[in-house]
Design a protein around this ligand. Sequence first.
Ligand code: GDP
Length: 295
Amino acid sequence: MIFENLSDRLQGIFKKLRGHGKLTEDDVSDAMREVRMALLEADVNFKVVKDFVKRVKERAVGQEVLDTLTAAQAVIKIVDEELTALMGGTESRLSISPNPPTVIMLVGLQGSGKTTSAGKLALMLKKQGKRPLLVADDIYRPAAIKQLEVIGEKVEVPVFSQGQEDAVAIARAAIGHSASHANDVVIIDTAGRLQIDETLMQELRDIKAAVKPHEILLVVDAMTGQEAVNVAQSFDESLGLDGVIMTKLDGDARGGAALSIKAVTGCPVKFVGMGEKLEPLEVFHPDRMASRILG
Ligand code: GDP
C-alpha cells in the first residue's frame, strides 16, 4: 500500500521524539535529519525534501513549543500540516461546466492506466448522476479502441468511436454526438506513447484547440516515482494540465510521486486509482494521505 515504508520510518522517528519530553533545537534537527533521509528514500524530489525540512524546523523553533512537555506532539502536528500542504492542502475538484457538456481530456503515457482510469472516471460521474460519454480517440492502436469499448460495456457507459480516423475530427464529432444523446460529460481517451514525443504533443494540442476541454487530466503511474513527476512537468509545459490522476497507489509502497508532483509542477492530484478492478475513481484527500503517512 502507498506510503507503507515511509509511514513505518516516520512512526519510528516520532516515537523516539516523544520519549524526550521537552525538546531542544538539536533534538528537532536530529529528528528532521532522519525525516529527510526517510523522504529521500521514499523517492520524494530532492528540492521538495529540502524545503519541507526547512519549513518544519523554522515553524517548530519559531513557535516556542519545544520547552513544553507536549513538544513532540507539536512537532508532529507541524509535520502533518506541512505534508498536507505539500500535497495541495485541500482536495481539488473537477470543474463542471454550467453549459454541458463538460469536456475532460485524459492524456498520459501508454501503460499509465489511462484507459482503465477513463472507465473509473465515467463510473464515478455516473454515480454522481451524470451521463458520461467515453470517446475512443487513440487512433493508432485498434486494441486501445477495443479496450475502451470493453470497459464501457462493463461500466455501462456509451463509447463513441470512429475507428482510426483523424483524432481531432473524432473529438469534434463526439461533442456533437453528446449534444444529441444528452451526455453531459465527455471523456476523451487520447493516444498514449511509450515516451513523450513532439508528434503526440502536437496532436494533443490540436485536440485541445478544437474542443476546448474544461479539464485536461494527466494519468501517471505512481510506481514510476520521480519519472511520473518529470512526465507531469513535460505535459504541463507543452499542453497545460488542470490536474493529475495518479494510478497504482495500491502497488506503490514509497509514495514519492504523490508527495512531489504538486510541489514540483503546481498541478494537483485530483484522483487516485487503487487497483485494477473497475471501481469509481477516488478523490485524492491531502489531509487523509498525511494522516495515513503519520499513522
Ligand atoms: P493505458 O495504456 O494507459 O491505457 O493503461 P491501461 O488502462 O491499459 O492500464 C495498464 C495496466 O495497468 C493494466 O493492466 C491495468 O489493469 C493496470 N492498472 C490501471 N490502473 C491501475 C491501478 O490503479 N492499480 C493497479 N494495480 N493496476 C492498475
